[in-house]
Design a protein around this ligand. Sequence first.
Ligand SMILES: [Zn+2]
Length: 471
Amino acid sequence: MVILLLACASPPTLPEGDPTRPDVILVSIDSLRPDHLGAYGNTRTPSPSPFLDGLAAAGARYTEARSSSPWTLPSHVTMLSGRGPLEHGVVEDDRHIPDDLPMVQEAMRAGGFATGGFVSTVYVSDTYGFARGFDHFDDHDIQVKQNLQHPVRAEKVVDEAVKWAAEQGSKPVFLFVHLYDVHYPYLPPEPWAFRYDKAASKKAMKYRSYDWYFLHPVEAERWPRLLAQYDESIAYVDDQLQRLKAAWGDRKATWVITADHGEELGERGSWGHAHTLYPEAMRVPLIVSGAGVATPAVRDDRVGVLDVAATVAKLGGVDFPSRGVDVLGVVPPSRDQVFDTSRFDSARLGILHGDLRLDVDLAHDKVTLYDDAHDPGETNPIPGGVDPALVEQLWAAVGAHWTSTGAVMSTGWMRQPGGEALHRQELPTTFALFPPDAKVDGPATRDAALPTVVELGEATKSLLEALGYEQ
Ligand SMILES: [Zn+2]
């Protein structure tokens, strides 16, 4: 009992900071869907997220934030580098963050911040190179996928983060915290467990492996309990973040709260994440609040995980090259957002262009188009088939995105800078993965000039210019 009490003791309070340079605290809550936060419309009583609701009410809350990838590893590389998955290339288990990929924590450290990273899954660990640029990085030596059986609790992550921050004196701090507790199997500790629902039976509590659920639908009678567990996990994490805030006291900090991806909770009969690009998997919360955010705002800009690094850098007053934008500034209207995944033998590409969302399931040779303005859940594909001219236009936009970032896709294979096969799965040749008249004739290098890699036909050039891409 003594040990338990010590473990639950409040962390220390930080010393006074530099009032001219507020701390920046980036929190990634793994698998957190925005619509399960009170601030985004969860009507459970009490709200599972009183602390985050308060941050959102006092700061900027983004209603149209999305990830670039529906799973943890590529998404976090994007979050900290401001480069999309097909540009950084860390899209498979055996990929490591390239040594020459700039990470925002390096820029913050060079700019005078003490940098600390505290994470709780192997996919954000130093196994993949995430420690680079952090003065102190704690991944709990997670080397294997032990997370589901032996999760690192938010309480431990928060305690260690606060302990480290308290040792930095008045030096401004950039803190990156990754919390895993909202990731399945959703097993929060007491007293958060059973807050919203009691288990109907032992069977209803039993967690089968994700692989099992990948092949079998979740039984209908399990859903109420599963949804309650998900929200109870959010409540636990919210409480831990409240503890983190309490440790900061009056010391100035700006908070950036987001997630690496969402979670399928029964939509399309599916549960989990990583293998599709639908809104339930791609939408994420984004809240920026605290020092420097004087006016509360609810914003519907097209932003996302890609913009986190640029936003952090701007808050820190440091330069950082990225594809993202500072979300507190003016966000360019009509931005395209591009998504992809090859996880669990999937091969999906997607683009949100205006209100149209093109979903390309390469593994099943299927193209679907959605009108996200009128069908935000993407439950009703645009009927009557897809207009081939429109698909070509969207396809060209996808190609323009990839060519502009130096990532190369060739017919039949996707390749990353350097020419190495990026996705192992051979893709159907019925899809031209480039604008139809593009000629792919060699490997690319990062930031290579476009003409050395791909020759665009005149028709495609005109189309891309009409879409707003500079050639
Ligand atoms: Zn994740």
